[in-house]
Ligand binder design. Structure first.
Ligand code: GDP
Ligand code: MG
Length: 216
């Protein structure tokens, strides 16, 4: 259930693209909490961002898979945190040299980023867990970043398909995981995802407020 509090929050939320990063040299330390969005190319990541923010063109919906190579930092206010749109993975047609640069930027983003408070893992509701999704899960678990698994394109699945995919992901992620069904078309799951995002950010913000200042 979405609390009235969250509905009130999302009604007044503004989201704006603040930074776009292409290379390792452009990476900088950002103190504000960050929640990353990642998924295989063409999974529906840009559509999800646009749906979440009620904007048709905030993130480009691509008819050419694998085109976005940058990290896009969207500042969310109120809340003062970033949603970071990561490049889609699993698109093999890119030159190897480019994939290596991308790999380095990603590694830096995940392993040297103390402000990363969660990873929204965008998955295709119609597909069983894919190798590259599992690699990302393992990486997030290795650095203890909480995962928010989202099964998108839910409008394209019937109930049986949904149950099968959900169960497969619970097998991978453990019994406490509850992947969220989402559709950018019907907007199913939108309010709940905002709720979960705010909960994650609030959890770290209140931790920081409670920590003795000499540990910061
Ligand atoms: N039916 C349906 N189509 C979707 C949904 N999300 C994305 N798509 C379609 O999937 C394709 C890829 O979407 P896009 O957002 O560009 O994927 P990205 O590469 O992960 O950013 C586009 O043709 C979208 O219209 C959804 O929830 N339902
Ligand atoms: Mg995209």
């Amino acid at each position: 259930m979405t609390s009235p509090d969250t509905l009130e929050k999302t009604r007044h939320t503004t989201v704006s693209l603040e930074k776009t990063i292409y290379t390792l040299g452009q990476m900088e330390k950002i103190p504000e909490p960050q929640i990353a969005l990642a998924g295989r190319s063409n999974v529906g990541k840009s559509s999800l961002l646009n749906c979440m923010t009620n904007r048709k063109k905030l993130a480009k919906i691509s008819s050419v898979p694998g085109k976005t190579r940058s990290l896009n930092y969207y500042l969310v206010q109120p809340g003062n945190f970033y949603l970071v749109d990561l490049p889609g993975y699993g698109y093999a047609k890119r030159p190897k040299s480019e994939r290596n640069v991308w790999g380095n930027v990603m590694e830096h983003f995940f392993t040297r980023n103390k402000s990363l408070v969660g990873l929204i893992l965008i998955l295709d509701c119609r597909l069983p867990p894919q190798t590259m999704d599992m690699e990302l899960v393992a990486m997030a678990q290795a650095i203890s970043v909480p995962l928010l698994p989202v099964l998108t394109k839910a409008d394209k699945c019937n109930q049986r398909e949904r149950t099968v995919t959900h169960r497969a992901w619970v097998d991978v992620l453990g019994p406490d995981a509850d992947p969220l069904f989402f559709s950018s078309k019907s907007r199913q799951g939108r309010a709940q995802l905002w709720n979960e995002i705010h909960n994650l950010v609030q959890a770290v913000t209140s931790d920081l407020e409670q920590a003795p200042t000499d540990t910061l």
